[in-house]
Design a binder for this molecule. Sequence first.
Ligand code: EZ4
Ligand code: CO
Length: 410
Amino acid sequence: MSTIERAEVFVTSPGRNFVTLKITTSDGVTGLGDATLNGRELSVVAYLNEHIIPMLIGRDPQNIEDTWQYLYRGAYWRRGPVTMAAIAAVDVALWDIKGKITGQPVYQLLGGASRTGALAYGHASGSDIPSLFTSIQNHLDQGFKAIRIQTAVPGLGQVYGVASDQAPGQRYDYEPAKRSAVPVEEEWDTTAYLNHLPSVFAAVREKFGYELPLLHDGHHRMTPNQAAILGKSLEPYKLFWLEDCTPGENQEALRRVRSQTTTPLAIGEVFNTVFDYQTLITEQLIDYVRSAVTHTGGISALKKIMDFAAIYQIKSGFHGPTDISPVGMAAALHLDIAIHNFGIQEYMKHSADTLEVFETSYTFENGLLHPGTNPGLGVEYNEELAASFEYTPAYLPVNRLKLDGTIHDW
Ligand code: EZ4
Ligand code: CO
């Protein structure tokens, strides 16, 4: 029997921080898993090195489900982003290994292809309407067939999710984590935001028409009632979805929003197990599951969440920012291709340095992503180059109300 002989954790920072698990079997087969938790990277490194890797050595790499249950149930302390990112890395690395052992891309092992490619959405943003239009046009020129819209809010400074303005033809390059010892602070005003956003969507629809799927991310900043107000005010502009309208912890909050608006709802990028979705799915309070493979216990766990969601006609819209490594992105793409209830896939292209450290075989053509047909995940990790990019602490911003400095949800 082949066994897990070695497991190593690598940290690299080609523009931003990534944590990668590499598992090697006694037959010399290797598998990669993404363990990146933006702004809390080294906690997952410690969890893997101190508590998981010693338990992996000697196990059968083929028994993915048994290993998942061993790490989840065996820990006693269940759930949480650090634990579930670590388990996800193991799960994804074992799927990569199984693919290489069987000579199949992972999506074949998950049931085969249900589609020719995964519809992707990109991030357009701007400090004002003209710069937003430039950013949208740049995305259309790159082939995107669906676009997320974020803008500055009059009266506020830098707003999370809004990149520096683009010149025509310029590549989108927003880095939502700043390298510094402590997080930077941004100011926020929900009323100003609620008053401004509908006019932005009105302008975009007038310029680009109603065919283009448009999305928006609320970054957990509203109360249920504010979210209901926003959902209603955006109804004329026919959004593909409104994401993270309220803080993720309170599933019941979505009852109020859902009963008040027909704007489709997506949530879950900070969720880490199926229990975070239990009320949302059984009561059909959302339309899209936003989880990442990387933060929800891996391919095995997210596949089960999607099968549960399918009963209620809820689709996928997996998280795909650049703080998920190309390994995590590839894992999501294999699942996107395989499941029946795929909806859309978030896609921000990684930096050139990142794509040299992680050699990928996924493609983006005609607005669709495909994981490629190489055995396993189809990603190679360049260890030597990775070691030249040293870890630097980097954080998402902290949000305070403009009025009086109160710390706000985000
Ligand atoms: O804030 O990836 O929808 N995408 C997002 C991202 C997240 C970051 C968190 O690490 O909201 O920008
Ligand atoms: Co989001």
